[in-house]
Ligand binder design. Structure first.
Ligand SMILES: [Zn+2]
Length: 105
């Protein structure tokens, strides 16, 4: 296993995992449940991490992640918080990845 991505925001780690999954790369998220209930920013070592299980696919995974990051850097605006489950969602999403709720207007 190899760590390919670390993000301070859980939605981003999930999104990267989904991208890898869609490409047939098995990946796992570590640390996603280490978060303060009070909504404080966790320290760096508690950030969600995406690990690729098959090291032969790490290079491919890193390329997909680089593509993802170049896309999201073009997205303007800030993220939003799901009204139903209070998950932090990235600005490019119109739906909560966690519970499927629509973005509030
Ligand atoms: Zn939600």
């Amino acid at each position: 296993m190899k760590k390919v991505f670390v993000s301070p925001t859980p939605w981003e780690a999930h999104h990267v995992r989904n991208i890898l999954d869609a490409d047939g790369i098995a990946a796992r998220i570590h640390n996603e449940n280490i978060r303060s209930a009070a909504g404080e920013i966790p320290s760096m070592e508690c950030y969600p991490e995406v690990w690729v299980l098959d090291e032969a696919k790490v290079e491919r995974a890193e390329r997909l992640i680089a593509d993802f990051q170049s896309q999201t850097s073009c997205v303007s605006g800030s993220g939003w918080t799901c009204e139903r489950c209070h998950e932090a969602i990235g600005p490019q999403f119109t739906q909560c990845w966690n519970c499927g709720a629509e973005r509030p207007l």
